[in-house]
Design a protein around this ligand. Structure first.
Ligand SMILES: Nc1ncnc2c1ncn2[C@@H]1O[C@H](COP(=O)(O)OP(=O)(O)OP(=O)(O)O)[C@@H](O)[C@H]1O
Ligand SMILES: [Mg+2]
Length: 331
């Protein structure tokens, strides 16, 4: 069995909000293997960003707090590491790209300076050497006339170009894991495809792992090897990408796939999953998806299902695994 690069074990992240305690992430476990592309999918608010931000110690506290769990990287629990150690890992071994580059780029520093910075901090390069390396990375992410752009500030670039700068910044130190949180949703559709293709080819070239957070199942089908599906703060299904599309087990995954637009068929309304996501501050008895599930039976409303192993490398949080014939599932 391949050794994991990163292992998230029973992670729970809560937020103290005026309404009570929002259990944004509640017992999440999954791993990332070296060099693979893992997609993390699920509706807005299901905890994808909170999970990924926990990895690098970026949860704002208060209101957030890590309630329990472990995040193992290189044999160490990142949740117990000091800020200084996390700083050494951030951008050097594990990098992150966010949805909106303007919030992550510094508006008052030139592009060249920002791409060079991680090399000076983590690799101890001189400003001159770091700038030369930064230039080669701007060329690698195909920024036209990169040498001239070195002196530009973020607001002088288009959204697509800014996102390329973010990719260059994230990759200059050649990390072992890149976490990309909705890296292209702020961009035009054609630019989205270009940026994604670029990210994917650099990932292959550098042999790094990619944890890709996205709403876009089309993107998942294109680049992912495995998929983790989250719902209301929990993992509800995990499977190799082909199984997710050909044979999804969890009714929620099935619903997500039905809501996916298909080429030539997107004229009508998309099939939406009826109902709404649960309020995270409320205690939920039973399965969190039960109120929206067409297959639910008595037990689903009373007892929360565990994450069942349904085949090698496949897990699903659904009572249908234990009770395929749900009429026999008396509580
Ligand atoms: N700073 C915060 N203060 C309070 N609650 C928060 C905060 N950040 C996140 N949450 C809670 O965590 C939940 C999960 O948020 P998260 O950002 O992880 O969702 P997401 O899956 O990334 O959604 P999206 O697809 O919209 O990016 C939110 O619904 C919210 O209740
Ligand atoms: Mg998010």
């Amino acid at each position: 069995m391949t050794q994991s690069l990163l292992e998230i074990k029973d992670l729970s992240v809560y937020f103290d909000v005026p309404e009570g305690v929002a259990r944004a992430v509640d017992g999440v476990s999954f791993n990332v293997l070296p060099g693979e592309t893992l997609a993390l999918v699920g509706e807005s608010g299901c905890g994808k960003s909170v999970t990924s931000m926990s990895i690098l110690g970026l949860i704002p506290s208060p209101p957030g707090r890590i309630e329990r769990g472990r995040i193992i990287y290189s044999g160490r629990n990142l949740l117990e590491e000091k800020e200084e150690h996390l700083r050494r890992i951030r951008g050097n071994e594990i990098s992150m790209i966010f949805q909106e580059p303007m919030t992550s780029l510094n508006p008052v520093l030139s592009i060249g300076r920002q791409v060079a910075e991680p090399l000076m901090v983590h690799r101890g390069l001189s400003r001159e050497d770091a700038t030369a390396e930064a230039l080669s990375w701007l060329e690698r992410v195909r920024i036209p006339a990169a040498a001239k752009r070195l002196e530009d500030y973020p607001h002088q670039l288009s959204g697509g170009m800014r996102q390329r700068v973010m990719i260059a910044m994230a990759l200059v130190c050649q990390p072992r894991l890149l976490i990309a949180d909705e890296p292209t949703t702020a961009l035009d559709v054609t630019i989205q495809a270009q940026v994604l293709t670029l990210m994917h080819s650099l990932k292959e070239e550098l042999g790094m792992a990619l944890m890709l957070i996205t709403h876009d199942l089309g993107v998942v089908a294109q680049v992912a090897r495995r998929v983790v599906v989250m719902y209301a703060g929990q993992v509800v299904e995990e499977a190799p990408v082909a199984d997710i599309f050909d044979n999804p087990f969890h009714p929620y995954t099935q619903g997500l796939l039905r809501s996916m637009p298909r080429l030539g068929q997107n004229k009508g309304r998309l099939a939406e999953i009826p109902g709404t996501v649960p309020v995270l501050t409320e205690t939920i008895a039973g399965c969190r998806f039960a109120p929206r599930c067409a297959h639910q039976f008595d037990r689903c409303r009373i007892e929360a299902p565990p994450l069942f192993e349904i085949a090698d490398g496949r897990r699903a949080r659904c009572w249908l695994k234990r009770y395929p014939d749900r009429r026999k599932a008396h509580v």
